[in-house]
Ligand binder design. Structure first.
Ligand code: ATP
Length: 210
């Protein structure tokens, strides 16, 4: 998987969030998108995911040397972010079965095996709406990390996680990073310490340092 950004820019109304971003993301590498609150990390991740249109420049994806249409890229990616909602009316097992109908799990994992990996065995019949915020975050991460996708986009991945949850995230993302393209949007060291490359979003602000 390769993603090429050429002169990419995004603005909301009259405000440019980033501009002139030329960069290549490649499989087998983990990237950290760094910047202060409001600097544009989430915006860049949603543009890269194809959920948000760029205002200028070009974004292209390729897989095994073949171009992928922008509207087909979602099949190859998993995204987790604080603003994405789970289906609260499902129990945990129902949620996993529902999700895996659209996005199969890695290595042929079953829903029950994923429950085990997430350490949520006691809650498999509990409604998602009754999960604590940390349990919901672990579920979102489990779905993203263990989906069979070659591109993993993690926006603020340890939001609401305690120390044990952070250790769980670090262990599972490390075990499942091989051959994948990973992009972490963060300003917390323990979320992106495993990353090979860093991209500072402020380098692409129109007013330097903003
Ligand atoms: N839908 C939108 N319409 C208008 N402005 C927006 C929209 N979404 C984000 N913004 C603005 O874009 C800028 C970048 O926001 P973004 O959420 O990408 O930053 P961030 O670096 O992810 O911040 P944080 O660390 O707080 O999550 C902010 O000024 C924000 O107000």
């Amino acid at each position: 998987m390769q993603i090429n950004l050429t002169g990419l820019g995004k603005r909301y109304n009259y405000e440019w969030i980033f501009r002139n971003l030329t960069y290549t993301f490649e499989s087998g590498t983990a990237y950290a998108v760094l910047g202060h609150n409001g600097s544009g990390k989430s915006t860049l991740l949603t543009v890269v995911a194809g959920h948000n249109l760029a205002s200028e420049g070009e974004l292209t994806y390729s897989f095994g040397g073949k171009a992928i249409a922008l509207d087909a890229a979602y099949r190859h990616l998993s995204l987790t972010a604080p603003y994405l909602e789970l289906v609260e009316e499902f129990t945990l097992l129902e949620m996993l079965n529902f999700h895996s109908r659209f996005k199969p799990l890695r290595h042929g994992l079953s829903a029950l095996q994923l429950v085990d990996r997430m350490g949520l065995q006691k809650s498999k019949h509990k409604y998602v709406k009754d999960f604590s915020s940390g349990m919901k975050q672990r579920l979102k991460l489990g779905l993203a990390i263990y989906s069979n996708s070659s591109m993993l986009l993690l926006d603020e991945p340890t939001t609401n996680l305690d120390q044990e949850g952070v250790a769980w995230y670090q262990e599972h993302v490390s075990q499942n990073r091989q051959d994948r393209l990973i992009i972490v949007g963060s300003n917390i060291q323990h979320e992106y310490s495993f990353c090979d490359q860093q991209l500072r979003i402020s380098d692409y602000h129109t007013t330097p340092g903003k």
